[in-house]
Ligand binder design. Structure first.
Ligand SMILES: *[C@@H]1O[C@H](CO)[C@@H](O)[C@H](O)[C@H]1NC(C)=O
Ligand SMILES: *[C@@H]1O[C@H](CO)[C@@H](O)[C@H](O)[C@H]1NC(C)=O
Ligand SMILES: *[C@@H]1O[C@H](CO)[C@@H](O)[C@H](O)[C@H]1NC(C)=O
Ligand SMILES: *[C@@H]1O[C@H](CO)[C@@H](O)[C@H](O)[C@H]1NC(C)=O
Ligand SMILES: *[C@@H]1O[C@H](CO)[C@@H](O)[C@H](O)[C@H]1NC(C)=O
Ligand SMILES: *[C@@H]1O[C@H](CO)[C@@H](O)[C@H](O)[C@H]1NC(C)=O
Ligand SMILES: *[C@@H]1O[C@H](CO)[C@@H](O)[C@H](O)[C@H]1NC(C)=O
Ligand SMILES: *[C@@H]1O[C@H](CO)[C@@H](O)[C@H](O)[C@H]1NC(C)=O
Ligand SMILES: *[C@@H]1O[C@H](CO)[C@@H](O)[C@H](O)[C@H]1NC(C)=O
Ligand SMILES: *[C@@H]1O[C@H](CO)[C@@H](O)[C@H](O)[C@H]1NC(C)=O
Ligand SMILES: *[C@@H]1O[C@H](CO)[C@@H](O)[C@H](O)[C@H]1NC(C)=O
Ligand SMILES: [Zn+2]
Length: 409
């Protein structure tokens, strides 16, 4: 049984160190046909800990050429203390490189931190694919619900079938690094290796190249932002945190506490006060995190229009490939916009909240008109043509995102 120490100082000031048992899945299981197995890095080091993606390969040398290094910010490479917590090099002053982990969650305009439209909920699960996550995927499929999933490269190497299934189910797949490193503690070349190896294995298993990523523990600064942007990735953060992954550790969240937070987030007071939608941080790590999700998603769906982040920010092209993803419309329905292009390079800016899509300040109006439940006619976009997914035969991309054809988000 392998284990990994995960430690984070949460925004609320609670420091939790959790030992998360890893499953005994085989590395690169042989019931999956790996085209590129020999070029993926080893998953574990000699102590059994997750191994950083290597930097001494010819692939990484090629990837380094994708970045214009002239402009990379000269941010200090951060260090971790003995407990694995980040040390702020500017503890007594503002961090000049806008490190999310310090100064009260610093973000830049290009960071996705919430869903812009009020009453919309971006559903996200990190750290998969996992064994525990299979039950979550079953549940989401049963209610035709899509989510954004942030994948760890070396977990894809262990659970390729789970990853492929999630892609086939139409979830929005993004990068969460190869070995879950705290990115501001890595050198430039290590950051490139962690991101690009993950991109490569997701491409091999699912046939798509993600254009979005989430930094592990949320840790990002201007140096990491710059390198990621040069490689074509936009960061997706969150504005509400369940802390679900801390359950079971000393000081970790309990089911009662997580449920109480969902009660607050779905309250009339919260909705009345909101000026934008939300993105929550949840995990597919354990039975606890999965069961909490299964318990709370129906509660969320009564008051929010729940969807993957790509859909809530108006991103019709979350992958480099020629696949058009459904996005939320100003009236709250979700469909492929008639004017969606097949551009594979341009970044489509998030939809800004407008008077048309934020609705009235009254929570009751919000809940009943622009935040339909999954079963309501308004949520279902009508003809399947509205949600057609374009798959480029030329690229040979046969991804399961096509499942969106029949399903609601
Ligand atoms: C592949 O093999 C692994 C480990 O032997 C097993 O857990 C998994 O269920 C298998 N998957 C399929 C689709 O056969
Ligand atoms: C890269 O470094 C690792 C250990 O640091 C070594 O085992 C491996 O052989 C090296 N690979 C190449 C291609 O040099
Ligand atoms: C690299 O970035 C610098 C600015 O940081 C810019 O002046 C230069 O033109 C860029 N080079 C290329 C090849 O884009
Ligand atoms: C980073 O430092 C190097 C060496 O001092 C300098 O040439 C470069 O312009 C600096 N880059 C930025 C973005 O300030
Ligand atoms: C396999 O690796 C090569 C580089 O060696 C890369 O060009 C190719 O895209 C990879 N194939 C897949 C399916 O990831
Ligand atoms: C919400 O969760 C946090 C931990 O993330 C916990 O400290 C807090 O007590 C919870 N709120 C309630 C009302 O239980
Ligand atoms: C209302 O929103 C403001 C601004 O986001 C926030 O500071 C305040 O705490 C919120 N109040 C309630 C009751 O949620
Ligand atoms: C998690 O749930 C699955 C499915 O119900 C079960 O087989 C497994 O034993 C559970 N794992 C733990 C650690 O409780
Ligand atoms: C596409 O349509 C949306 C409304 O559905 C509109 O807001 C947007 O500006 C249009 N984009 C272009 C490039 O015409
Ligand atoms: C996108 O490309 C496909 C063919 O690859 C084409 O059938 C489709 O009409 C295009 N869609 C748009 C909106 O341009
Ligand atoms: C919402 O707007 C879209 C695009 O303008 C339109 O196709 C759809 O019919 C509208 N749905 C509802 C329920 O009004
Ligand atoms: Zn994570």
């Amino acid at each position: 049984m392998l284990s990994k120490l995960l430690s984070i100082t949460a925004v609320i000031g609670l420091t939790v160190t959790a030992t998360i048992a890893q499953d005994t899945a085989p590395y690169f299981p042989n019931n999956w046909t790996w085209k590129n197995a020999s070029i993926y890095p080893p998953l574990f080091d000699s102590t059994g800990a997750w191994a950083k993606a290597p930097t001494n390969t010819s692939l990484v040398q090629e990837w380094m050429k994708l970045v214009n290094w002239t402009g990379v910010p000269n941010a200090t490479i951060n260090k971790l203390d003995a407990n694995g917590n980040l040390i702020d090099p500017y503890a007594n002053a503002a961090n000049p490189y806008c490190d999310w982990s310090f100064d009260g969650v610093c973000t830049r305009p290009a960071d996705v931190v919430n869903c812009p439209q009020k009453g919309v909920w971006g559903l996200t699960f990190d750290d998969g694919p996992t064994a525990a996550g299979a039950a979550l995927y079953d549940y989401l499929a049963s209610i035709k619900q899509k989510a954004s999933l942030f994948y760890i490269g070396l977990m894809v190497a262990q659970y390729p079938q789970n990853a492929k299934r999630a892609c086939d189910d139409g979830h929005h797949i993004s990068i969460h690094t190869w070995s879950h490193q705290v990115l501001t503690t890595l050198t430039n070349i290590e950051i490139v290796a962690e991101l690009k190896y993950t991109e490569m294995i997701i491409k091999e298993v699912c046939g798509v190249t993600p254009r979005y990523f989430r930094p592990p523990t949320g840790d990002i600064d201007d140096r990491v932002r710059y390198i990621a942007a040069q490689l074509g990735y936009t960061p997706i953060m969150w504005d509400l945190d369940t802390n679900d992954w801390t359950n079971g550790a000393p000081g970790g969240v309990t089911a009662a506490q997580e449920d109480a937070n969902f009660t607050i987030w779905t309250s009339a007071a919260q909705l009345a006060n909101d000026t934008h939608g939300h993105i929550t941080l949840q995990h597919e790590l354990t039975n606890f995190t999965v069961n909490e999700a299964i318990k709370n998603i129906p509660i969320l769906k009564k008051v929010y229009n729940v969807m993957p982040v790509a859909s809530c920010i108006g991103e019709t092209h979350p992958y480099l490939e020629n696949i058009v993803y459904p996005v939320i419309q100003p009236n709250g329905s979700v469909a492929v916009p008639a004017n969606a292009t097949n551009s594979t390079t341009s970044s489509i800016p998030p939809v800004a909240p407008t008077t048309a899509n934020v609705g009235s300040a009254s929570a009751a109006v919000v809940a009943e008109s622009i935040v339909p439940s999954a079963s309501s006619a308004a949520y279902s976009v009508g003809s399947s043509a509205d949600r057609s997914v374009v798959v480029s035969a030329a690229l040979g991309v046969v991804v399961g995102v096509i499942a969106l054809l029949a399903n609601t988000l």
